[in-house]
Each structure stands twice: as C-alpha cells, then as structure tokens.
Ligand binder design. Structure first.
Ligand SMILES: [Zn+2]
Length: 447
C-alpha cells in the first residue's frame, strides 16, 4: 500500500513537504519554509521562541504533527533543491525526525551554510547523492535523483522505486533545453521511466499559463540588452536578483566583465549561495568578483566608490524590497551612501505576488524614483514549467495517477483540467488535496 501525505505546499506556495508511505516506511520529500509567515512571526514578536511548535502554529514550517503517530516509520528526508520553500525548515525540524537528509551536492552545501550562519547544529546526517544516481534507503525503497532544470543548480526530480512501481516528485522544474549553467533535463532517463511511474506529484504554479516557459537564455538576452545595449552611462549600475539563481549571477558577471566594471556582490544571502556553488564545483565566481558580506564591510566599501561610479557594477540583495536588504537600506540613505540621478537599478526578477512583497517593492521603487534612479524591472524568466511544458512532461512519463501540488486551489485546478484534457479523471487518477490530507492507494496492483 502507498499513501501520500500532503503535509505542506498544497494550499499556497511555501513550506513544501510531502510524506510518501510505502507499507510501513516513510520518506519525507522537502522541508520548506513559508517565508512570509516566518518573517511575520519573527518580526511581530521579538520575544517569541522559535521552536517547531510555534513555527508550525504560525504556518511558517510544514505541520509534521500529522505524522506524530508514525514517527518510527520515517526513514529519510530528501530535499529536491536549494530553495528556501523546499529546505528552509531543515534547521528547525531535523532534530524532531533524526533521520538522514539526502540531496545533491549543491543542495547539501546550502543547508550546511544556513546551519553555520544561524549557528544551529542538527543530529541528522547530511548525505549527498550526485544528480542522476540512485541509492537504497531501505530494503524496500530505492531513491533516484534525476537531473532537471529550474532556477537554482542541481535541482532533482525525486523518484522512489518500490515493489509497487515508482513515485515521482516534480516540485519544482522547467523544461529548459538551453540552460545557462549545467545540463538540460535528463530526457533519456525520463523516457526510460515511461509507464513505470504510478504516482506523479507535480507542481501546478504556472499551470494556468498557456505557454511554454522561455529558457534561461532568453533571460540572459534580456539582461544583455539592458546592460550592453542601452545608452552607455557613467553612473553606478546595481543589479538585484535571487541569491540562489547562480545561472543568472553568472550572466551578470559575464556582462559586468564586458563593461570593464569591477563586480562586487553584497549581502549575506548572496555570499551563502555563491560559497555553496563554489564548494560544489559549479562555478568559480571568486576569481572575478569581490564579496562583501556584512553591513560594516559594505559600508566601508561604498565609501570608496565616491566619484568612480562608472567603474562598478554592484550585485545586491533586495529584489523583493525586503526592508533589511542592502538595496532597501541604500535607497533610504543608510549605509552612508546615496544613489544619484541616473544611477541604474536592474531588477532581474519578478515580484513574487504576495501582499507584503508588492507593498515592499512599491515602497522601494518610490524611494528610488525620488532619487531619479533609472529602474529596469522584470528582466527575468521564471524557473517553473508552464501549461504546455506540463503537458509534455505528462506525455513523456504517462503516469498512472497525478497529484497536483505547489500551488493555490486555482493553480491545482488548472493542472487537474489539463490532466482531464489528456484523458485522466478526477477521483480515479487525478487527486486534488490540501495540506493535512492524504491519498491512499490501496489496491496497489491497479495504481
Ligand atoms: Zn524552487
């Protein structure tokens, strides 16, 4: 018997967590954080104790109490990729579970860096598994990580092979034939898995969008046009993007070098992800850039810039207008540095559409406008598969059942509709679930 527990990420985007129970053994896939709820909790009340119970109550981490009675059955945690909504709860929940945590080398390095930075020690063993390889978790469950493209390196499709067939977890991915960093999706392996996947747990975030998600090379081209083909200036250029988006950062460095500017990364989270990527031997950014991690270091460096604005390209945190980020602080005239008329700020990102982010970004942009800064926004392509990619993915695998995940009801509904178009039926082999629900596959011969 296989049971799928929708623990987190099935009501909205964030705190992803799915438990897969095969007979009496459980593997948990992803332990993510809900960033907005987490920030709300930690900002609202300085005195609140950050313990698993409080975090769960606030919806900041997945509510794993649904597995309380099954704790003995939990054998491992597998992390699909290095985004916080997939691994951010590891520091808080790992000691509750005390089982090995598996991930690709980059993902594990990111976890290590987060633990180090937050000075948290966990008992669980962190185990790396190379992309496109497999290992036994128990006598009955074999884990395979299949390489797929997304917006952070070494993202994996998590496959559990069991005597009942395979369960494939596809949160998150895009089908990018021309990635800027690393290889394209492992289509060869996906084709081999055709017909063998009994249950497909799949992201639905962009299921309502009738398109194919453009490649990261398209985002790179957008960035190239802005940085290299917009009227040259003698002012400061600032780029802000996701710290985990190593491919995007690589493009920024490439163009910064072409502009003959000194490239400086600023902020703790950028430092954390760049360090993880270097330790996993994916890039060698340090050869070409300087990194300023902490406020004092950043302040000291900014002082040096003075009238040499045209000599620098700064990459910094703050793309969502986060209040404490380097960019927001600079926009408010903190850090003893002021932006001036015609300085550039390039937002190589989208605004993640939550009320807090939208409000924060508006505030940041209005500060920048007051200073006369030139703003370039939405220089970006998403890392998520859109409707026609999802269709292709289902066609390649021909799974027996589909569980829409990673989204709101509207998003999951759109994936359910797409599956219906492709011959699947609700209740029979499409299962719409919310956080706290489970799907039981009793008659395992027929699943
Ligand atoms: Zn992701």
């Amino acid at each position: 018997m296989i049971e799928i527990f929708a623990v987190g990420g099935y009501n909205d985007i964030g705190k992803n967590c799915t438990a897969i129970k095969v007979d009496d053994e459980i593997v948990i896939v992803d332990l993510g954080i809900h960033l907005e709820n987490y920030i709300k909790l930690t900002e609202d009340d300085d005195l609140i104790k950050i313990n698993p119970k409080n975090l769960m109550k606030a919806g900041a981490v997945p509510d794993i109490s649904v597995l309380n009675k099954l704790k003995e059955s939990i054998k491992a945690v597998v992390i699909s990729h290095a985004h916080l909504d997939h691994l951010g709860a590891v520091p808080y929940l790992a000691d509750d579970l005390k089982v090995p945590i598996f991930g690709t080398p980059f993902t594990i390095e990111v976890i290590k860096n987060i633990l180090k930075e937050d000075r948290i020690k966990i008992e669980s063993e962190l185990r790396t598994l190379a992309p496109n390889s497999r290992c036994k978790i128990t006598d009955n469950i074999e884990l395979e990580l299949v390489h797929i493209t997304h917006s952070t390196p070494q993202t994996a499709l998590v496959v559990l092979h069991t005597k009942y067939g395979s369960v494939l977890y596809a949160n998150d991915f895009k089908l990018d034939m021309h990635p800027v960093l690393g290889e394209g999706p492992n289509f060869k392996r996906l084709k081999e898995l055709k017909g063998k996947v009994k249950i497909l747990i799949m992201e639905s975030t962009y299921a309502p969008d009738a398109k194919k998600m453009p490649s990261e090379t398209v985002a790179k081209e957008m960035l190239r046009e802005v940085l290299l083909e917009t009227e040259k200036n003698d002012k400061l250029i600032i780029v802000t993007t996701f710290s985990s988006h190593i491919a995007r950062l690589k493009s920024v460095i490439e163009f910064g070098k072409k502009l003959n500017r000194k490239i400086v990364f600023m902020g703790r989270s950028l430092a954390k992800y760049v360090d993880a990527a270097e330790k996993a031997n994916l890039v060698e950014f340090s050869k070409n850039i300087e990194i300023k991690k902490y406020g004092k270091q950043i302040e000291k460096f900014l002082k040096k810039i003075g009238n040499d604005r045209k000599e620098y390209l700064l990459v910094m945190t703050g793309h969502q207008g986060e209040h404490r980020s380097v960019l927001s602080r600079i926009s408010r005239g903190e850090l003893n540095f002021e932006l001036v008329h015609n300085d550039w700020v390039v937002f190589s990102c989208n605004t993640i559409p939550t009320p807090t982010n939208i409000a924060n970004r508006e505030m940041l942009e209005s500060e920048l406008k007051k200073l006369g800064v030139r703003i370039f926004k939405d220089i970006h392509q998403s890392g998520h598969a859109a409707r026609e990619d999802l269709r292709d993915f289902i066609n390649i695998l021909e799974p027996k059942s589909i569980i829409p995940a990673h989204g709101t009801n509207e998003m999951k509904e759109a994936l359910a509709e797409l599956s219906e178009e492709m011959g699947y039926s609700r209740g029979e082999n499409i299962f719409l679930v919310s956080d706290g629900n489970k799907v039981v596959f009793k008659n395992t011969k027929n699943i």
